[in-house]
Structures are given as C-alpha cells and as structure tokens.
Design a protein around this ligand. Sequence first.
Ligand code: ATP
Ligand code: MG
Length: 373
Amino acid sequence: MFTVNNLTLQFGKRVLFDEVNLKFTHGNCYGVIGANGAGKSTFLNILTGEQDANKGTVSLEQGKRLAVLSQDHFKFDEFNVLETVIMGYKELYNIMKEKEAIYLKEDFSDADGIKASELEEQYGEMGGWNAESDAAQLLSGLGVPEHYHWAQMGDLDNKYKVRILLAQALFGNPDVLVLDEPTNDLDIQTISWLEDFLLDFKNTVIVVSHDRHFLDTVCTYVADIDFGKISLFTGNYTFWYKTSQLALSQRTDQNKKNEDKKKELQEFIQRFSANASKSKQATSRKKLLEKINLDDIQPSSRKYPAVIFTQLREAGNQLLELDQLSAKRGDEVLFNKLSLQLNKGDKVDFLYKNVSKKGKNSSKDQDDFNNKR
Ligand SMILES: Nc1ncnc2c1ncn2[C@@H]1O[C@H](COP(=O)(O)OP(=O)(O)OP(=O)(O)O)[C@@H](O)[C@H]1O
Ligand SMILES: [Mg+2]
C-alpha cells in the first residue's frame, strides 16, 4: 500500500493541494488528471521524493519498490542502452556493479570470494541472470531495434531515449510504477504495446496523461486534481467525465428531487459498467463500479472550450473526392496517388508510423493525435 497523508503544497500564495489524503492500493491503475498547471507533475514529484511538500507525508509499505519514468533525457548519456534499462532496478544494478568490481580486483582474497558468492546468490534471487534478456525484451517491445541495445545513450535520437527511459521504469517489476505523460513522443504501435503491458501489469500504476484513449484503456481509478484537492473516483476517464458532467447538470437542476438524481446516476453507472467490457480489467472494473458511492461524485470545475461551426444548410452526401493526389517535401514522398471519397458521416483518422517523419516532433502533436484516435 502506498499512502499520502495530510499533504499540503503551495507556491507563494497559490495552494496546489491542501490536506490531501489518499491510499493507492495494490493492483490498481490510477490516472491522475487535472487542468494544465493543476499540479499533476508536482504531485508525482512529491510521490517519488523528488520534491518536498510543505506538510504531510508519503509512505510506501516497507520492502516495496517504486520506479519512475525519468524526465531527464541526458542523465544517462554516458551509459549504454541495456545498462540504462537495468539501472531502473537500483538494488539489482548496485549488486551487479559491486560483483564486477570484486572480480576485477588484482589481489582477490578469500574474503572477496565469500562476498562475491553472497552477491551472486542475492543477484540470482533478484532475477539478475535474466536481467539482460528481460531488458532486451522490453526494449524490443518499445520499438528500440536490437542494434541499438549496446549503443551509448548520448549517441541516440530523443525518440529512442524516451522509449529506453520507459523501459528503465518498467524493468524489474516494480511494486509502484509512476509515469508522467508516458505516451508523449510514442507512435501508435508503441502506445498500444504500453497499454497491453500496463493491462497485464499486476502491481500499482500511477500515471499522468492527457491521452483519453490511453487513460480509458488502462485506468481503474481516476485521481482528479481540482479545488486544491485530489479526489479519487472509481472507473476510467470517460466514466469520470460523464458522471461529473451529469452531476454538474443535476446540480443546476434545482427542481429535481435528490432521489431522482440518485436514481439517474445509479442507472448511468449500471449502464456504464455493463458496457465496460473492452479491457482485460473489465470484470474488476465492473465490480468496482457496482460498489461506487454516489455521494462521492462531484461536478468538475473545468471548462471544456470548443469551436462550434453552425451549418448554414444540411450537407450533401459526397463531401470530398481526391483523385490521384500526390505530394513531396524535397525528395521525401509524403503521399503518392491518393484517391479517396469522403461521404457525410465518415470519420477520417490520420495516422503516421514514425513521429519524426511528421516533421515537428512535439509532444503536443502526439497529444492531439492521440485524442483524435
Ligand atoms: N518550483 C516552483 N515554484 C513556483 N511555482 C511552481 C514550481 N513548480 C511548479 N510551479 C507551478 O505550479 C503549478 C503546477 O505545475 P505542474 O507542472 O505540476 O502542473 P501540471 O498539472 O503537471 O501541468 P501540465 O498539464 O501542463 O503538465 C503551475 O502553475 C506551475 O507554474
Ligand atoms: Mg505536467
């Protein structure tokens, strides 16, 4: 169990969190959401000990290990890729290094021999013998080709570094995995790999993401940062969004009786839990939703701005026709002889395989892209 007690943090006069109490329980995936600047990254930094709170404590059950996705893309530049991944499991990595140092000693004594065999035993118990192959497997899953596995981190493109740092966080089956916007800079195949990895992951995940599809797939709980508090809701992002919208419309509907409101919410929850069948966690999610406490559902303070176009007249059926359309940028073929017919009601998804090929490789692009999936 990972707990947060009476956590308070303010920058100057601005209070980000006030007396926050939370329990993260084993086996659940918590999606941390909130408006830009609400304090999601700050909260994660406090959980991982990178940043101090003004008040309160964060405690991880004794003997449990927490892993975090590093945001510093240059920190491991002098190490090779496999070593960087293994470093994610600090205790294992330290034993590996201590062993190596003993074997390199010129005046290797009996005491060194005893120490080395003790370390070998510990190393074996921690799964050290499979460390390299496990790390290589994670890297391949995340789309880092084998010929880069022995390369120096400093020589690699940012696109690969992000994946390697992700592999580092996932390595060695941590008890609590903390990820801040892990899908940024990943392409669609890798996001899908990560989703499957997290769905199969048996321990606790705490993840910040602006990618709704990703949150919907992996989360069993939503931790919403709003009103200087962090509130936990059972269910995934869409469930949180829909219930908070429903609660908002009910709050403004003064004439409606409390019992009617409760009934409406209850029916919504039942419908939602019946439909929550897409993921492998569907059964447990369904059980969680059945136990939900209606009084815990609060409207969100967030606004969702939108650009709305009013149609002057009803559109016809055939909206767009492309015939053998081609385009190049320099020598690079962007698309070739593209023919397409778009009818009313069709939805088009623009996919790209390699983020860097798209030109501007920004996380904003990726976010927009993911939200449109
Ligand atoms: N060291 C600091 N001193 C003062 N203010 C800070 C400091 N660190 C963060 N802040 C402010 O605290 C707020 C929360 O920042 P944080 O980065 O945690 O937000 P976030 O929810 O992760 O936002 P985003 O969705 O944009 O990543 C912001 O207004 C930020 O400017
Ligand atoms: Mg952030």
